[in-house]
Ligand binder design. Sequence first.
Ligand SMILES: Cc1cc2nc3c(=O)[nH]c(=O)nc-3n(C[C@H](O)[C@H](O)[C@H](O)COP(=O)(O)OP(=O)(O)OC[C@H]3O[C@@H](n4cnc5c(N)ncnc54)[C@H](O)[C@@H]3O)c2cc1C
Length: 565
Amino acid sequence: MKRTVISSSNAYASKRSRLDIEHDFEQYHSLNKKYYPRPITRTGANQFNNKSRAKPMEIVEKLQKKQKTSFENVSTVMHWFRNDLRLYDNVGLYKSVALFQQLRQKNAKAKLYAVYVINEDDWRAHMDSGWKLMFIMGALKNLQQSLAELHIPLLLWEFHTPKSTLSNSKEFVEFFKEKCMNVSSGTGTIITANIEYQTDELYRDIRLLENEDHRLQLKYYHDSCIVTPGLITTDRGTNYSVFTPWYKKWVLYVNNYKKSTSEICHLHIIEPLKYNETFELKPFQYSLPDEFLQYIPKSKWCLPDVSEEAALSRLKDFLGTKSSKYNNEKDMLYLGGTSGLSVYITTGRISTRLIVNQAFQSCNGQIMSKALKDNSSTQNFIKEVAWRDFYRHCMCNWPYTSMGMPYRLDTLDIKWENNPVAFEKWCTGNTGIPIVDAIMRKLLYTGYINNRSRMITASFLSKNLLIDWRWGERWFMKHLIDGDSSSNVGGWGFCSSTGIDAQPYFRVFNMDIQAKKYDPQMIFVKQWVPELISSENKRPENYPKPLVDLKHSRERALKVYKDAM
Ligand SMILES: Cc1cc2nc3c(=O)[nH]c(=O)nc-3n(C[C@H](O)[C@H](O)[C@H](O)COP(=O)(O)OP(=O)(O)OC[C@H]3O[C@@H](n4cnc5c(N)ncnc54)[C@H](O)[C@@H]3O)c2cc1C
């Protein structure tokens, strides 16, 4: 295993901190064999397409239908928090409160709990970034306080096994059952949870549903999408693989549920009551092991405010001041023209229903214009939020995209160059292409880059460098504060022409044009590549020569892609 120390000694970076990171780049080259010893093959992926293998979401739904709610011998209701770390407009939490209130009428001693389960192996396997995990830890502490005000204890369970074990395992089911039984002293427990649409998580939920101990009743809910996956199909009943017609139906769906000019999505609000007796609030004992924090420059540990209130006020600020300029400013690299809500959305600190509701109020009653090209800034912002739903729907419909496979299986034949040195240079912002380097350095130092930045660097890696897009997808997951596998795989698939509704393969971003258009005065580039500050038009000696010739590498990409597709 080759390890490289990334040492950024440039003036700007050293002002902040030296980024001395011992980095194992090989981990990005393939799925982690420890967790995925038998990765899915093209044939396996096709089994989902030709219906010889059931899709995990369908299995969950089938098993759920068999479940009946019974309050007999039940003493406990518990909401299992996952990527839905909020009180406001949380479907599963709302349902758990409703179930608890029903149960209380039969059993005055019934208790309502909440739980979050840590499995570090899941984080390792899914390459969750240190930024994101730190945010989650902060959010959990904050959530614990907010729940305590409602007299609901938030439990934190840690699942550890001597061998690396994901939560979709038998061991996890046993662990989970035992923990639940400890809380309820062996009596029945109703667990509510919001569905996560990634394959590993769906198989975990399937195992739990298949568990035969009737004391454990699991109730899963759709929460993270505005329109539930599976509801939007073509008139022939097939799944959409193109965004625009899907989006038009999405708009119809949302409009159908419109209640008034101020509420387009229904929200699930729990009453601020005291649900249990008082209890002693104990701080969590868990702290994140260093291995998860190693890629974060220490002096830059300045996370966004983790509270739900912060998410709401960010939304309010955005809608009040920036959203009307979104069309013009969202792509600019030197401006913060977007909402910056992604970390809150990814971790579930804010619901996208609430976001769309609030944005809708500045849309004159229409979330989409008659002609898409006439969409106002705020309407386009809502459309971007819809992209997130689209990619989640697609992950349910083509589950292998959550298992390290491209949506377009023919693109498995692309003959990638996969030069590991070029990959390292891309990762660390040393390609000699200023716009790419500036973006990649910003990602390393802050954990966040805007959508245009993601598209530019993804196009450069997969087309100009001809490196398998999955290497870059993993690097992004490991370094983005908002890493979300469906949007990340979706975005990478789009840029590398291997995914759903992707760019045509011959669309290769021209880095010079991107730079001129989105950073015309080089404000952003000079901020992150200070070597270029006083260079006028000459390439300074301390800045690398371009890794590839843009014209030649474009032509090479066209040929290699064409040969495969
Ligand atoms: C290669 C690539 C990788 C990406 N990886 C991720 C990822 O890991 N996590 C992630 O949340 N988004 C990802 N995106 C989508 C998008 O870049 C981010 O959601 C956006 O930059 C977040 O910033 P924001 O909240 O300020 O966005 P805004 O423009 O303010 O958008 C608001 C919200 O809409 C959603 N959204 C916006 N654009 C998209 C999009 N193109 N696809 C899906 N949802 C969108 C996000 O939830 C976002 O927070 C990726 C895009 C690309 C091209």
